[in-house]
Design a protein around this ligand. Sequence first.
Ligand SMILES: [Zn+2]
Length: 164
Amino acid sequence: MSKIESIRTLRVVRLVLDCEKYMREALELAREAAAQGEVPVGCVVFDESGAVIGRGRNRREELADAGAHAELEAIREACSVRGSWNLSGCGLAVTLEPCPMCAGAVINARLSTVIYGAKEPRSGSVGSVINLFEENYGHRPAVYGGVLSEDCARLLAEFFRGIR
Ligand SMILES: [Zn+2]
């Protein structure tokens, strides 16, 4: 392997490890949601240094709010920490493919990176129903899908099996 190839390989390995690290944090939040009787979806927002500056989980039942999705909660906290609506340079990791509302929030917040776990065939708007990041909104984050997707999907499947 050439030096350039090995540097590239190291970068890819680091990226995969980073994606999984953030997804594990998001999975913890998803488990918290499940423990509270909420559909288990969790999300973190991290900044350029890698620090987590926003955390969120689904609170739709608790707040009786159709907009209480994990991503919006994490984005709100990150905006508050930064003192800005503009999260350019930051990334978001969420256990489930974002819905159109949350993909829209990613665009509005100018998040640079989106990492998601399981696919959501009924509302996923990063490739399943539509890919909003490929439309002409003038903002296209880098997307890494399918990160720890089996863990994310298993958590959802166990939750729905339990309440049936
Ligand atoms: Zn959503």
